[in-house]
Ligand binder design. Sequence first.
Ligand code: ATP
Length: 485
Amino acid sequence: MQLLIIDDEPLICETIAMAFPGDQVISSLTAEDGIAAFLESPPDVVLCDIRLPDMSGMEAFEKLHRIDPKVPIILMTGRGTAGTAIEAMQRGAFEYILKPLDPDTLIPLVCDAAETSRMTRTPAMVPDPSAEDQAVDASTDLLIGACPAMQEVYRSVGRVAGQNVTALILGESGTGKEVIARAIYQYSGRAAGRFLAINCAAIPEQLLESELFGHEKGAFTGAERKRVGKFELCNDGTLFLDEIGDMTPLMQTKILRVLQDQTFERVGGSETIHTNARIIAATNRDLEQAIESKDFRSDLFYRLNVYTIKLPPLRERGDDIALLANHFLNRFATELGKQISGFAKEAMDLFKQYRWPGNVRELQSAVKHALLEATGPVIVPAFLPDVIREPAAHESGRVSTSTGSTTNTFDFAEMTRQRLQAGSEDIHRDLVSIAEREIFAEVLRHTDGNLTQAAKRLGITRTTLRARLESLGMSVERSASVTEN
Ligand SMILES: Nc1ncnc2c1ncn2[C@@H]1O[C@H](COP(=O)(O)OP(=O)(O)OP(=O)(O)O)[C@@H](O)[C@H]1O
């Protein structure tokens, strides 16, 4: 990540830089210098003080925002100037943060901004059917795949992008729902506007509510300041609601209202706010089944289901597996500076036979793994992850796990180093998934496959556990011995 700090206090710049070791941090002590640095090399995220010696932070924000509205700008402010920062957010600033800076707030906020920056600024392109060989640079996410189901997906993106309607993207974990959401945004008339994403399964209800709708000062314990929510920030923009199938009943009701009449109130507020944010929703859950089990509101489903795009699981994409594997091989080999000419037939056969519960994301990781292991110019089976070479040995009786019943110790520090070396930008999700698989499989083994008891022992809700198992490809349906109560 490239971070630009604009603050006239060198100590503050140094302290922030220390919080982001390994990232490229540029510090400017004046607004003019900051704007020059921004023009020279657009950063991923800007942290800008609201009081600067040569112009107001608001003025600096507006200048930077005009140069590139897609770069997230976080304003640093004291309590006395928080009102100005809120106004800046309504004009396009990403967030504001109170001084003195608290690393526990600063670091996740900057990471969230960097992720938004990536999603908004990395073009996601569907292939051009008329181009023989489509060349794209590494900073573009070109969707790979030519099977009939993917071609239908590309046509759907083309059809829905230009219409101002809600889009629902369905598909197993790792099938590319986020890339498709970004493609819809980038091909839409709102491409110059905001694109904000939120994972509805990852945060507790109260936090999700205030993230989406904002809150007034004092709305609840800890609400020390007013907050502008994503629906308000995304007026005229696009809001990507990921894992929508995991929302609580209260959140479902609130989202339904926004979809019905485009209005909402901030938490603890009485002012009715209008939003025309375009919603793109995604889930890996079977919503029709969730309606049957009363976990999802049918009226919300019909509102979301205006235009639905279904992404096929990777195992059903035939020759696309080879296309994707070769694409990732070329990309990562270049990044790693490795001379690899391709896959041996035996290795590709294993790829084609494997079930890919984690879909394209898992294929990406497998290719990276193979490249790191490779000692020769061709990827042979020995370089592939064990789970692909010997899938049967990795099936447990009840839930698919990567270790079965064998004891396995993971060296997460080493695994992290390998991924850092491989240039991975998905380390958190990748390693957390590995850890989760082991934990869930072990607890479920202990509870004899009983989901409710497992959720209790894990300290999470049964809905969350079920959703996580599904998203990890640890399908509970396929296993007769996992019970629901
Ligand atoms: N057709 C494709 N071509 C190239 N890359 C792809 C394709 N589909 C997915 N990817 C890549 O695979 C990874 C996973 O995709 P993405 O995050 O969009 O999946 P997802 O369905 O949103 O997953 P989850 O449900 O777990 O959030 C990303 O790095 C994405 O760029």
